[in-house]
Design a protein around this ligand. Structure first.
Ligand code: CU
Length: 378
């Protein structure tokens, strides 16, 4: 029996308030409005950014909310004016929209989109009315997506149609972490063959950055983390050296400068720590070193001595690996199906949505890279 046009009742993990475990609830999901698509989410990854807005935020306006922004699913129904999608299509929700019409979308210089709508948490007041409801309350849609729900309603500019052969419980990781790290190395740092790279932070994004450096032909890839348990995995992805800052009395940038005869060609900060961002820049070779900020934070300033930049280092940021949402995700799905990029190796745990709080504990304890949560009922 078709569910199109009707309210769907389903399960979701609800963040009622900050700093509390998520609660599995039955929620109601409204039908899609013009330009919107209702998607049955099949699988979703748990990303550190979800936890940032659950635990490290002082913005109480964003609650109650359904988190989750790294998912994959199948189109259930489409609203008016939707031409690109039809029921049954496999899709990945996007944290970076692509309308294909604005000046940003038409330029190869950026993956920003002017028609990306104002989303929670960045503009709560102007965010579109949520389609998710529970106990008479509107649940805000994190990033406009909310993949910790069996169904969600998403603007068509924020959905990528992908190859029907793609396994959704794997390619869901292309919704954030894998594209973010891989693209930061390949598209934004523009790592060159034979170069030396340093990657700070060995979560999913950092490992994907290592994969990107290797893909681009780097000859030496130095992995940096304070958790030595992550080094084995880093080597599997292509790291040639692993450094634990805790093993050294010197600063990590001094250690790297000595290891590399003056600095690396490219460094990528994949943690979101402003001190580390500075060390990543200072680890670069003067003259042409490029340092890319990938880890997310909106709370602190970064600083550096101008002489570092005047001497020819470049400091830049990267969001979603510089990939244009729809095109980049579809391309990365094909690269995975052609065995050119890894995804399976990021997945350390698989759990049903009901056990999402266990997944959160694993990530916080540094025991998982990615837990893929699946939606088994329905
Ligand atoms: Cu993410």
């Amino acid at each position: 029996m078709s569910t199109a046009g009707k309210v769907i009742k389903c399960k979701a993990a609800v963040a009622w308030e900050p700093n509390k475990p998520l609660v599995i609830e039955e929620i109601e999901v409204d039908p899609p409005q013009p330009n919107e698509v209702r998607v049955k989410i099949v699988a979703t990854g748990l990303c550190r950014t979800d936890l940032y807005y659950l635990y490290d935020t002082d913005n109480t306006k964003i609650f109650p909310m359904v988190l989750g922004h790294e998912g994959a699913g199948i189109v259930e129904s489409v609203g008016p004016k939707v031409t690109e999608f039809q029921p049954g299509d496999k899709v990945i929700p996007l944290i970076i929209s692509q309308c294909r019409e604005c000046r940003f979308c038409k330029s190869p210089k950026t993956n920003q989109c002017e028609n990306a709508w104002d989303i929670v948490p960045h503009n709560v007041e102007k965010a579109p009315v949520s389609k998710l409801n529970c106990k008479g309350k509107k649940l805000l849609q994190f990033m406009g997506i909310s993949t910790f729900s069996e169904y969600s309603v998403i603007n068509q500019n924020a959905l990528a149609k992908i190859d029907p052969a793609a396994p959704l419980d794997k390619v869901c990781l292309l919704g954030c972490g894998v594209c973010t790290g891989f693209g930061a190395a390949v598209n934004d740092a523009k790592v060159e063959p034979g170069s030396t790279c340093a990657v700070f932070g060995l979560g999913a994004v950092g490992l994907a950055a290592i994969m990107g450096c290797k893909y681009a032909g780097a000859k030496r890839i130095i992995a940096v983390d304070v958790n030595a348990n992550k080094f084995k995995k880093a080597e599997e992805f292509g790291a040639t050296d692993c450094v634990n800052p805790k093993d050294h009395s010197k600063t990590i940038s001094q250690v790297l400068l000595e290891m590399t005869n003056g600095g690396v060609d490219y460094s990528l900060e994949c943690v979101g720590n402003v001190e580390l961002m500075r060390h990543a820049l200072e680890s670069c070779l003067q003259g042409w070193g490029v340092s890319v900020i990938v880890g997310w934070t909106d709370k602190h300033d970064v600083s550096v001595r101008p002489a570092q930049l005047i001497a020819g280092r470049t400091w830049k940021g990267s969001v979603f690996g510089g990939f244009k949402g729809k095109d980049g995700v579809a391309e990365m799905v094909r690269a995975y199906l052609d065995h050119k990029v890894k995804i399976d190796e990021f997945i350390t745990h698989n759990l049903p949505l009901d056990r999402i709080n266990e997944a959160i504990e694993l990530l916080q304890a540094g025991k998982s890279i990615r837990t893929v949560l699946s939606f088994t009922s329905q």
